[in-house]
Design a protein around this ligand. Structure first.
Ligand SMILES: Cc1ncc(COP(=O)(O)O)c(C=O)c1O
Length: 392
């Protein structure tokens, strides 16, 4: 879109056009993969806006502009993985700083917050973020960040982003939201008052399970400059190919999310009617404790579903190993359906008593519902549940 009206267009249009004007050098309609380390300078101290690809690379820059636009922020900063982005955000901290963190979060973030960052003098208080008053109580004068996910992984609990933002602001802290599960198509934390949005773009944003990446979006240029400085200083960038693949995935985010949401709703309703299933965790079900909040802060309920098998660990193992369309694997958010066992997979880093306290048991199974035909997904789950009850 030569006319920069793209930045004022609707979400679907911005996903395809923002940051993706025809290439100024060649007119290429699609942003090229600028697979180059360095940029030839016209004279000493005179370049064309690019010097060295760890600092700025045009392919990564296109992705960053597009992500910033979709999240409603002013700047995007793309990293080599979701964990690199999460680590990047924590590099805003110094020794002695304190973080209040919602205790239901991705196992890799838990590992970073419990086994790496304390070595650098950063302290964490863990709270049940579904009760924002717990965050308020845990904040102290040294609190610099409040860190939440919503919906949470793997039990799809809802956290009130606007309430957490208000509390963080009152304590002069910044609210960070890991928006990986919802994506900006379903939820835009900056519009709800959050300061920093982090993503594993490996998931729905890339969307095809073929590229690892991460990103931060902020609406504050002072924070953006600090993040860009630290990323350049530490080096955890998204490379040109990975940025390009992620940008290609991003173009179809809205289409894919609509299918993920529709299929997940069908899967959750199917599971809720099955005798082998003791509980279904999906915010789209009216009896989910976060259903009303999800209706307020999200535009749909997402593509993730978790459930507990009535037959316990043996039944959960049997289901995970019996599906054929759902592949047993780590990750989520790709077009293909995945089944996972949080107890030893995504949440293996949590001690057993922690998992149990959060409601994750040996009977819990997590689904990343893909965009295959819904009938094939339901048939696959039906045959897997039948095998699980036969295995008892
Ligand atoms: C919510 C969430 N945040 C962050 C990450 C880390 O992302 P990555 O695997 O791209 O480092 C994950 C990975 O599963 C995740 O689920």
């Amino acid at each position: 879109m030569a006319d920069t009206g793209a930045s004022r267009a609707r979400f679907e249009t911005r996903a395809i056009h923002v940051g993706q004007e025809p290439d100024p050098a060649t007119g290429a309609t699609i942003v090229p993969v600028y697979q180059t380390v360095t940029f030839t300078q016209d004279a000493i101290g005179r370049n064309r806006g690019y010097e060295y690809s760890r600092g700025v690379n045009p392919t990564r820059e296109a992705l960053e502009k597009c992500l910033a636009s979709l999240e409603g922020g002013s700047s995007g900063i793309a990293y080599g993985s979701g964990m690199a982005a999460i680590h990047g955000a924590t590099q805003l901290l110094s020794a002695g700083d304190h973080v209040v963190v919602g205790d239901d979060l991705y196992g890799g973030s838990y590992r970073l917050f419990t086994r790496v960052l304390p070595n650098f003098g950063v302290r964490f208080s863990w709270v049940d973020a579904t009760r924002p008053e717990e965050i308020d109580k845990a904040c102290e004068s040294a609190t610099k960040l409040v860190w939440i996910e919503s919906p949470t992984n793997p039990l799809l609990k809802l956290v009130d982003v606007a309430a957490c933002a208000e509390i963080a602001r009152r304590h002069a802290a910044k609210l960070v939201v890991d928006n990986t599960f919802a994506t900006p198509y379903l939820q835009r934390p900056i519009e709800l008052g959050a300061h920093i949005v982090v993503h594993s773009t490996t998931k729905y944003i890339g969307g095809h399970s073929d590229v690892i990446g991460g990103a931060i979006v902020v609406d504050d240029e002072e924070i953006a400059d600090r993040l860009r400085f630290t990323r350049n200083a530490t080096g955890g960038i998204s490379g040109p190919w990975d940025s390009w693949l992620t940008l290609r995935g991003l173009k179809t985010l809205s289409l894919r999310m609509r299918e993920h949401c529709a299929n997940a709703t069908k899967v959750a309703e199917f599971l809720a009617g099955r005798p082998e299933v003791a509980a279904v965790h999906f915010p789209g079900l009216p009896d989910h404790p976060g259903h009303d909040l999800a209706r307020r802060q999200m535009s749909d309920f997402g593509g993730m579903v978790a459930f507990d098998l009535a037959g316990g660990a043996a039944a959960a193992h049997a289901v995970c190993e019996a599906t054929r369309v759902f592949s047993l694997g780590e990750s989520l958010g790709g077009v293909e359906s995945l089944i996972g066992y949080p107890w030893s997979m995504s949440h293996g880093a949590f001690p057993p008593e922690e998992k149990r306290r959060k409601g994750i048991t040996e009977a819990t199974v997590r689904l990343s519902v893909g965009i295959e035909h819904a009938d094939d997904l339901l048939a696959d789950l039906e045959q897997a549940l039948a095998r699980a009850s036969a295995a008892k």
